[in-house]
Design a protein around this ligand. Structure first.
Ligand code: FAD
Length: 468
């Protein structure tokens, strides 16, 4: 065995010598081995630890790339489809996070930092360390291959007051803030001597956005109120609770099959959740929002779950790269290589996930698209023998595997009409499918155990209503 290793090393050293001396290679397969050594030394920098960046990092072959660095303001991945469940305590926060650093990623360098700018010419990223939501020291890092997967921000549409007063649901800290505020509303409303109107206003929960995130959050909140708040707070208080969902579109869950979105609409109505479509929010104040043609609407909690906008990094790069006119996402070619302002390709810079779109191939900003792009890119980079541009691989093709949404009371929607026109399901069976599919998609064995454990705890004992 030892003899084999020594002779293998000697052969590869000899081949490397030959290559360096510009001799014609004798064994093409061994030349490939040489390229692999080169490939190992390439400095791969991944920006972002979300669906795109994290998945790519996991799938890059560590034997082929020895110099992989991930830069992200958070040192973990968040499983966003179950984020709404954590915002009311159906699941605990740590059930849906995966640390970036793990036994499997020992070869990975990780910097908890935010990338502020990219110098494409000198192949350098400019970053600022990011600990405890504070900006720290600046540093630069050089790359040979750069993958940009920085996601997106919630879009406020420049409506006054949204940024300051609304609650978003993009990250663990957002879910934590929402959970705290819900309990706060109940505790404040139970204060003795409080007038009726203030009590009612505090217990008015408003969601803006009738897409999957807004619907799933409303569903989880309804479960919390109907199963746990009712058990733990005075009846007089819980009977005051109102939930209203606003959307500018004519119907909720517009991306779903119309039968399924109608089903969700009916179920919400039956639960007493007011759905108000074709409504424009004009402004948001700390305790009320102003709806066009409706006026002042007081609230205790306002969750803003509508639309995406580019991250500040993309805005900084806007002068140098192509952005799509509609959503201001970075535009790439079919191999996910970034297009510059003059439409030329940056050969070693790739972009994927919510922050990017493919030229003339509009895809939704979902985890499904981000992970498929990440797997595609990992495959390309893992197979690359030094230069993917000599023989470009097949372009990325999205396989639509359908969509799902939780609608409360152990019911869900599953819309797989993209796979088969009859593959649509709503109700309890869809809920089992929803839970199984997302449990199956979690990455670590730890979370595959923690999630059902917490589902079971919630089923047995209800959600924890402590506020801290
Ligand atoms: P993200 O996952 O958002 O990750 C971006 C990463 O970049 C983060 O780690 C961030 O910290 C980091 N970052 C940001 N700025 C910088 C910077 N300047 N420098 C370095 N790093 C930076 N999709 C589905 O397909 N199915 C679902 O059921 C579903 N449910 C969802 C539920 C919720 C509540 C939300 C919010 C989203 C949901 N999505 C779902 C959408 C899905 O989460 C996104 O499409 C997906 O996260 C996009 O992946 P990404 O890697 O582009 O971005």
């Amino acid at each position: 065995m030892l003899f084999l290793i020594i002779s293998r090393n000697r052969i590869s050293n000899e081949i490397e010598q030959q290559y360096n001396n510009q001799f014609h290679p004798i064994f093409p397969s061994l030349v490939t081995a040489h390229h692999q050594v080169k490939q190992q030394d390439r400095r791969v920098v991944i920006l972002g630890s979300g669906w795109g960046g994290f998945k790519l990092m996991r799938e890059l072959k560590k034997a082929k790339y020895h110099n992989v660095t991930m830069i992200s303001p958070r040192n973990h991945f968040v499983f966003t489809p179950l984020l709404a469940s954590t915002s009311v305590g159906t699941l605990e926060f740590r059930c849906i996070t995966e640390p970036v650093r793990s036994d499997d990623s020992k070869k990975l360098s990780f910097y908890q930092a935010q990338c502020n700018d990219i110098d494409f010419e000198n192949q350098r990223v400019h970053c600022t360390s990011w600990i405890g939501e504070k900006n720290g020291e600046s540093f630069q890092l050089e790359y040979d291959d750069l993958i940009i997967a920085v996601g997106s921000y919630s879009n406020t549409f420049n409506i006054p007051g949204v940024k300051e007063h609304a609650y978003f649901l993009k990250d663990i800290n957002d879910a934590r803030r929402i959970r705290k505020r819900i309990i706060e509303c109940f505790e404040e409303a139970s204060r003795p001597g409080l007038d009726e109107k203030t009590k009612n206003d505090l217990l008015h929960f408003v969601v803006v956005g009738g897409g999957p995130t807004g619907i799933e959050f409303s569903a989880e909140l309804y479960d919390f109120i109907s199963k746990d708040a009712i058990r733990t707070y005075p009846r007089d208080l819980v009977s005051r609770v109102r939930m209203t969902l606003y959307d500018v579109a004519p119907q909720i869950l517009g991306s779903f099959d119309s039968q399924l979105s109608d089903y969700a609409h009916k179920k919400f109505k039956r639960k007493g959740i007011h759905i108000k479509t074709k409504r424009f929010v004009d402004q948001v104040q700390p305790d009320h929002l102003v709806i066009r043609d409706e006026g002042r609407v007081p609230y205790g909690l306002l969750v803003w779950a509508t639309g995406l906008m580019p991250s500040p990094l993309i805005e900084t790069l806007a002068e140098r790269i192509t952005l799509d006119a509609q959503n201001q996402r970075m535009v790439t070619n079919g191999n996910l290589q970034l297009l510059q302002k003059d439409s030329s390709t940056l050969q070693n810079v790739y972009a994927l996930g919510d922050c990017a779109t493919i030229d003339n191939y509009d895809l939704p900003a979902t985890a499904q698209v981000a992970t498929q792009k990440a797997s595609y890119l990992a495959k390309v980079l893992n197979n690359d023998q030094g230069n993917i541009n000599k023989t470009p691989p097949q372009s990325f093709m999205f396989k639509n595997r359908g969509k799902m949404a939780y609608i409360g009371s152990s019911e869900a929607l599953v819309d797989m009409s993209s796979v088969h026109e009859l593959a649509k399901q709503s109700g309890h069976l869809a809920w089992y499918l929803w839970r199984s599919a997302y449990l199956g998609m979690t990455f670590s064995v730890r979370n595959k155990m923690l999630i059902p454990y917490h589902w079971f705890l919630t089923w047995c004992f209800g959600r924890d209503i402590s506020r801290f």
